[in-house]
Design a binder for this molecule. Sequence first.
Ligand code: C2E
Ligand code: CA
Ligand code: CA
Length: 276
Amino acid sequence: SKSKGKYRSTVYNSDIEMKIKRKAELILNLKKALINEEFYVVYQPIYDLNLNKIVDVEALARWRNTEFGEISPVEFIPLLEESGLINEFGIYMIKKVFGQVNKWNSDGIKLRTNINISPKQLSNIDFVDSILKLGKQYNIDFKKIVFEITETNATNIDELQNHMLDKITDLGIEFALDDYGDAYSQITNVFKIPVKEIKICKELIDKIEEDYRVRLMIKKFIETFLELGIDVIAEGVENLSQLNLLRDLGCTKVQGYYISKPVKYNLISNYLELKN
Ligand code: C2E
Ligand code: CA
Ligand code: CA
C-alpha cells in the first residue's frame, strides 16, 4: 500500500540504514583496494623533549577511493579486522613502510619508525616470517622499528599472541602501548606486553591545561613509567602551553599538530632540517 511504501522509504533514508549501506559497500571495496594499492602511508614526526629534535615518526594508513574519496582509518581499520583482511593489510603496510625507510636510509636520514599493529595480527603464525623476509629485502635495522599496539584490543592477549610478542621482541623490534588513559585502559596491559614506550592518549592531553587532576595523574604516570624504564610519549599535543607542561612533568616525547600533522614521506626530510 501507499503508506507502507512511504514508511519503507523513511526507514531506508534513516541515518542507521545509510551507515549500514556505506559499511557494506566499503567492505566490498576493501579487497579491490588492496589489489589496486589504494592505501598509502603518511608519517607524523615525534619530538624528543630531552634531545630537542625529531627522533621518530609514526606511520599512519590512508585510503583514497575514487567513489568514496578519503576514508579515515578510524572507519576502515575495524572493517579490515571484521572482514579478515587485517593480516594481508598489515603486511602491505609493513612492506610500504620498510620500502620508505629504506629510501630514508639511503638519503642518510636516521629515524625510528612506529607502525600500528592490530592485536589480531599477532594471531597469524606467519607474521614473524613475513617481517623477517621484508626486513631482509629492504635492509631494515629492526632496532629502528617500533610496533604500536592499542589497548582496546590488547586486553586479552592469549598464549599464541604472547609467543609472537616474544619472537618479535627477539628480532629487536620494540613495542609501544598506544592510547594509554582512554576508556579501555587497563594498567595490567603494561605488564602483559613487553612495552618500552607508553603513549598517553589525546583525550587526557586535551585536559592537561584546565584540569589539575589530569595534570597530577599524568605526572604520576610519567614518574612511574620512567622508573620502570618505560618512555612516555604524549599524543595530540596541539599548543606550546601543553608542550611546556609536559616538559615540566618529565615527559619523554611529544606528538601532535603543534609539532606537525602527518605528512607524505618525501616531506619528512625538509621537516627535519627545519626542526632540528
Ligand atoms: P592513533 O594510533 O592513536 O594515531 C593518532 C591519530 O591522531 C592519528 O589519526 C593522527 O592523525 C591523529 N593526531 C595526531 N596528532 C593530532 C593532534 O594534535 N590533534 C588531533 N585532533 N589529531 C591528531 P589517524 O591517522 O586518523 O588514525 C586514527 C587511528 O587509526 C590511529 O590512531 C590508529 O589506531 C589507526 N591506524 C592508523 N593507521 C593504522 C595502521 O596502519 N594499522 C592499524 N592497525 N591501525 C592504524
Ligand atoms: Ca598509534
Ligand atoms: Ca594513539
